[in-house]
Structure formats: C-alpha cells, structure tokens
Write a protein that binds this ligand. Structure first.
Ligand SMILES: C[S@@+](CC[C@H](N)C(=O)[O-])C[C@H]1O[C@@H](n2cnc3c(N)ncnc32)[C@H](O)[C@@H]1O
Ligand code: SF4
Ligand code: SF4
Length: 440
C-alpha cells in the first residue's frame, strides 16, 4: 500500500491503531473517498487525512491481506456508527487542545466604510465606531481574559483602516501591560499609505493581511463603489507589493459570482504585472454568500477549480480553496473555537457576522449570557443530512453557520479530488508527498 500523504499527527498520537479482529466483517469507511487517477486506484480518509494508493474491497476480514487498511480505518467494522465515532474523536481532540479563556480577539474599530460593495453583507448596518471609553475597556477586557503567552488581535470592520487611532491605542495598551501580541487584518486596502505600513510593521506587529479586490479594473470600480474613488485599483496593488516587501503576508481575496467569474483571467494578469514584489503574497477566489447558497453554485465551483488548475504555475501564488483541510478540523470556524468578536459598541459575539441573537456579553461585564453563546456554538448535534456524509469531518457538527452551500457534498468532492490528483502528480512515482506540500 503506497502512502501518498500521512495521517494527521495529532490523531495518530491520540487514537490507537484499529486492530484487525478475527471474525469481524470489515467494510469501506463512510469517510473513505475512493477515486481513480491515471488508471490507478486511491483512497483518501477525510477524518484521518491519509491518502493511499489502494483499491478497497467491498468486504474483508482480518488476515486477508487488508490489515493495513483496517489499521488506517479505511476499512471499519460493518456495525460501526461512524457519525458517533467521529463525534467522540472530535470531543477528544477539543478536550485535548482547548483551554478556557480567549485565544484571539477579532476587533471591529468601526462599522463605517469608504466603499459600498454591491454584495456587502453589512449593508444597512449603522456606521458606528468605538468611543475612547470602549477602547479603554476593550484593552482591560483583553488583559483580563486572554490565554497563552501571546495575544492575537484581528482587525475587522467595516473598514478597520478608517480608525487607525483605535488600533494604535489598543496596541499601545498591550505594550503598557507588558503583553506580547501580534495582529492580522481584513481590509479593502484602499487606505494603506507608507505611514500605515510603518505602523503595521512596528506598532501593530501585523503578520498577515487579507485585501479584498473583486476583479479587473472596470468590475472592481463597479463592485466596490467607493464613495471617493482615487485609482485604488492600482494603488492597492502597489500597497500589496510594498507590504510583501516588508515581510507581511498578503492574501488577496477575490469575491466571485457568475457575473464576474469570466473576467478573473484579466484580473490575474493585472496582478502579475501590477505587483512588483511577489515574495509574500497570494490570491484566492471566494464565492459570494449568495452564490454559495444559490442554484448555480456547482457550475461556478467547477469554473473556480478549472481556473485554479489552469493557473497552477501563475506568478501569483493561488491559495487553497474552501473544503481543503490540511489536518483534522478542530472547529468549524471562530464561533466554535476559542475566539471572541468585539463590536464597535463593546458587545461580544461568537462570530464576525455579529448575528444579533448571538450577543452574549460586553467588554464591561464579560460573558453575561453564557447559554446564548453555548447554544449558538453547540457542536453536539449533527444535522440529519450530515450524519452519513463522507465530508462530515471537514464541516464538523457545528451547524449554526448562516452560510450554507447548496451542493455542499458535490463541491467538496470536486475540490478535494482536484487537490488530491494534483498532490499525487507532485508526489511522483513511489514517493510519499512532502508533508509541507500536502493539500489535505
Ligand atoms: C465585511 S468585510 C470587512 C473588512 C473590509 N472592509 C473588507 O472588505 O475586507 C469582511 C469580509 O467579508 C467579505 N464579504 C462581504 N460581503 C460578503 C458576501 N456577501 N459574501 C461573501 N463575502 C463577503 C469581504 O470580501 C471581506 O473579505
Ligand atoms: S469594503 Fe468591506 S465593509 Fe466596506 S462595503 Fe466592502 S465588504 Fe463591506
Ligand atoms: S454540510 Fe453537506 S458536505 Fe458538510 S457534512 Fe453536511 S451534508 Fe456533508
């Protein structure tokens, strides 16, 4: 059995290998994705994250030549409830890796924005900003509730760069308290200047930044609808290049739906020529929420995967797509992880979309409604449609996310198979794919 990529190391450590037991009937696991590539048979385990070259029998017993596949959980006892098994593994991993307190703080300095993106899910929200009192209390809250040696601050909005003074002060508060910290940011990038890049490097300790751009120039101008447009298409690319030069990792997010997908080739070519320094940048395509939840989602996903395959060798590195997990997924998103979102008025939420029904406290009083948080983030109920699904480990049992993909299974199969085939090609004959390179 040739191994294409190794199982998740944490699961290997936590789970004893399945011992083949005489007399037990073994069948292919619910989590075994079986596929053919260049005339050879492969199997990928969506929970263990191992990929092997092997043809799984429909039925097997111990000692019949399939013991390695049984140990790797590609073949499991025919009466195993795989959903229950997955949930017990998930609970074990969460218990093993989780501590109480907040690991990361997503902070919205303002809900105001200098753009009016045609698709923005925040449309209609009041453009409130943090008051000086809220900023001071936010600093206090972070000092009191953070866990770990280093505080992780994520700047979000609205447009966070409309309020660099808020970011300055919170970072200063961390230094005054003697706390180690670093930050990340999600921005439209239009307000980045040389002075902001200096602050990013020295004061904000910014490691990574995501900049949203939505297609080639005409489409960009049409979609982002800046209140006062000033050649941002080019100035954002120059800013990306400068940040990359300064060692800040930049991820360009390109939001797509059926209306702009066909123009993305031109956009990629503009990025190739417009970004001088490509040391620390990458670009990825993200389906807009409405497109993900619409009827045409699958044909759009196919175009996205084709684009990705066609431009593998692009000078702009293409980032990974949704559905590809490098290791066992401990949480669905920040809402069932250990992070907290702080809104401009100091309210606490489990998710950056700030659904009003999920507000569970504020920076003055901490968590005042733990049951609201627990209910929103509960992971113990697996939706009926997911119980028998092969991709359950990629989605996790958390089902409160407001974004639902219409063809969730098909898109995950599409994206996984594309990445797995690519990985097999790169692994070459008789080799195991390099861990650092593995997509799964
Ligand atoms: C609300 S914005 C705030 C940060 C910043 N103003 C920006 O645009 O990057 C946060 C992220 O949500 C994304 N976003 C906004 N509306 C969306 C939608 N309808 N579907 C998918 N993503 C969306 C944006 O592209 C951005 O990456
Ligand atoms: S730049 Fe961000 S916050 Fe502003 S309108 Fe666009 S998506 Fe919304
Ligand atoms: S959301 Fe869809 S892909 Fe994910 S586990 Fe449920 S059925 Fe499967």
């Amino acid at each position: 059995m040739r191994e294409i990529c190794k199982p998740d190391p944490l699961l290997t450590k936590l789970l004893p290998p399945l011992k083949p037991v005489p007399g037990v009937v073994y069948v292919p696991s619910q989590f075994a994705l079986r596929f053919e590539h260049n005339g050879r048979q492969y199997a990928f385990h969506t929970m263990m994250k191992q990929c092997v070259e092997a043809k799984l029998p429909e039925q097997a017993a111990a000692g019949e030549g399939y013991d390695e596949l049984i140990q790797g959980q590609f073949l499991v006892p025919s009466d195993r409830d795989e959903c229950a098994y997955y949930n017990s593994v998930s609970t074990l991993v969460r218990t093993y890796t989780r501590k109480s307190g907040n690991r990361g703080f997503t902070i919205l300095p303002t809900l105001g924005c200098n753009a009016r993106c045609v698709y923005c899910y925040e449309e209609g929200m009041k453009p409130v900003s943090m008051t000086p009192e809220t900023v001071e209390q936010t600093i206090r809250f972070i000092i009191d509730t953070h866990i770990g040696d280093t505080v992780k601050l994520s700047w979000f909005g609205g447009e966070p760069l409309l309020r660099p003074d808020v970011i300055d002060r919170i970072c200063e508060g961390m230094r005054e308290a003697g706390l180690e910290y670093y930050s990340t940011m999600i921005t439209n990038g239009s307000l980045i200047t040389e002075e902001i890049i200096r602050k990013m490097k020295t004061d904000w300790k910014l490691k990574r930044i995501q900049v949203s751009m939505d297609g080639a120039e005409e489409e960009y101008i049409f979609r982002k609808k800046y209140v006062d447009y000033q050649d941002y298409y080019r100035s954002v690319m120059r800013a990306v290049s400068r940040m990359s030069e300064e060692g800040i990792h930049v991820n360009i997010r390109c939001n797509v739906d059926t209306n702009n997908m066909d123009g993305i080739e031109q956009f990629l070519s503009d990025l190739e020529s417009g970004i001088a320094n490509k040391d620390n940048e990458s670009m990825y395509l993200a389906l807009l929420n409405n497109a993900r939840m619409g009827d045409d989602d699958l044909s759009l996903w196919k175009k996205v995967v084709e684009f990705q395959e066609k431009h593998k060798a692009s000078k702009i590195r293409l980032g990974r797509l949704i559905g590809l997990r490098r290791g066992f997924r401990k949480s669905h998103c920040m809402a069932d992880g250990n992070g907290v979102v702080i809104a401009p008025d100091g309210s606490l939420y489990p998710c950056e979309h700030c659904p009003p029904e999920s507000r569970f406290g504020d920076v003055w009083n901490g968590t005042t409604e733990p049951s609201v948080k627990d209910e929103f983030c509960r992971t113990d109920i697996t939706a009926e449609k997911c119980r028998k699904c092969m991709f359950l480990p990629d989605c996790t049992s958390f089902s409160n996310c407001p974004v639902k993909d219409t063809h969730c299974r098909e898109l995950r199969e599409l994206v996984n198979l594309s990445a797995l085939r690519d990985m097999i090609d790169r692994a070459g004959d008789g080799e195991t794919a390099d861990d650092g390179d593995a997509y799964c």
